[in-house]
Design a protein around this ligand. Structure first.
Ligand SMILES: Nc1ncnc2c1ncn2[C@@H]1O[C@H](COP(=O)(O)OP(=O)(O)OP(=O)(O)O)[C@@H](O)[C@H]1O
Ligand SMILES: [Mg+2]
Length: 359
């Protein structure tokens, strides 16, 4: 297929909405990139620029070594010539057309011969397990079936790049899981360079080779799931990822510990004001340490116990500081608790930026 290079992309909507600011990313041939960010962060604008539905105000995009848009050089290839397949957030099937005609639509526009159209539509419909539905109207399909029709329509012209904007947003939790599996295995089989936009971190974990995190039009971090979870570039990324969410507290680094005021955390830390991030899975309440390297904190009090999925999580309180921690003991609210910390899981930030990157 083809790689996609995005270089210093900027999109300003008049008068001065900066939807994208200096976005650069290399998407490898056959790679699956998930773009993740909160509402209004620029995700849709980003893939619309790649599709050619939006013209950037600065920068360039290359498919392989062909520039599809380059503002400085005045290049802007029309969408139809870019050969991308796009699945929109609301799927946007034509209600008055049968499934066959919905899928065939991009080929009819290209004036492909009828025979070739029939062959292609049947092939892609079989692959997506909707071959028996070609004679129905969209309203006669389930949500998951409609979604597959939308994907079939994006794939039928054999695009070199597949773009999907929140394709699972209309599916219930169970369908979402099977839709993810389906999209992932299809992408692996076709080895098609794919960019999927979502605000759901679980979509990203399930699908991504790499994740690009964006906020206010600015790229926060690009990396594998492991890098994003374990080495967040800044406080925004640390807080956006992780379920249950990370504990984030202010403290002062003192060389061999971090001082939270009412609690000293015995880890090495540079001098000065810091933000400390500890995932609830890296701190726990138990009668004894689970691994020899884990450090014991002064005892805290169990303020309450809540369930996240099947995992009990305690809110442990010291004088002022409160931290969520996984529960491995049968204590109750009000009990005094032994708390242990996995040192290697602690993340330190200065002015919101990971101290690994701070200089
Ligand atoms: N045509 C437009 N004119 C003016 N501003 C726009 C236009 N389209 C988008 N914007 C603004 O650009 C910013 C990015 O919008 P975009 O649709 O890319 O966000 P998003 O990340 O896709 O959000 P969501 O998760 O809600 O779909 C927002 O502030 C939005 O209001
Ligand atoms: Mg959007």
């Amino acid at each position: 297929m083809v790689s996609v290079s995005v270089l210093n992309l900027e999109k300003v909507f008049p008068p001065n909405v900066y939807a994208l600011k200096d976005v650069s990313v290399e998407i490898g041939d056959g790679e699956f990139l998930v773009v993740l960010g909160p509402s209004g962060s620029g995700k849709t604008t980003f893939i619309r620029c790649i599709a050619g539905l939006e013209t950037p105000t600065k920068g360039s995009i290359l498919f392989g070594d062909v520039a599809v848009v380059d503002v400085e050089r005045g290049i802007n290839m029309p969408p139809a010539r870019r050969n991308v397949g796009m699945v929109f957030q609301n799927w946007a099937l034509y209600p008055h057309m049968k499934v066959f005609d919905n899928i065939a639509f991009p080929l009819k526009i290209k004036k492909m011969p009828r025979r070739e159209i029939e062959k292609r539509v049947k092939e892609v419909a079989e692959a997506l397990d909707i071959g028996h539905l070609l004679d129905r109207y969209p309203r006669q399909l389930s949500g998951g079936q409609q979604q597959r029709v939308a994907i079939a329509r994006a794939l039928v012209k054999e695009p070199q790049v597949l773009l999907m904007d929140e394709p699972f947003s209309n599916l219930d939790a169970r369908l979402r899981v099977s839709a993810r599996e389906f999209v992932k295995s299809l992408q692996r089989r076709l080895k098609i360079t794919t960019i999927l936009v979502t605000h759901d971190q679980h979509d990203a974990y399930a699908l991504a080779d790499r994740i690009m995190v964006i906020n206010n039009g600015v790229v926060q971090q690009i990396g594998t799931t492991d890098e994003i979870l374990n080495r967040p570039a800044n406080v925004f990324v640390a807080q956006f990822f992780g379920d249950p969410p990370i504990n984030l507290v202010e403290g002062v680094g003192r060389g061999d510990h971090v001082d939270l005021g009412d609690l000293k955390i015995p880890i090495s830390a540079p001098e000065g004001r810091l933000q400390i991030g500890i995932r609830p899975t890296d701190i726990y309440v138990a009668d004894a340490p689970l691994s020899p390297g884990d450090v014991q904190l002064p005892p805290g009090k169990i303020k309450l116990v809540e369930y996240l999925g099947f995992t009990p999580i305690a809110v442990v309180k010291w004088e002022k500081t409160e931290l969520r921690a996984v529960m491995y003991s049968k204590l109750r609210e009000g009990d005094s608790a032994r708390v242990y910390l996995k040192k290697e899981g602690v993340k330190l930030f200065r002015d919101g930026v990971s101290i690994e990157n701070y200089n």
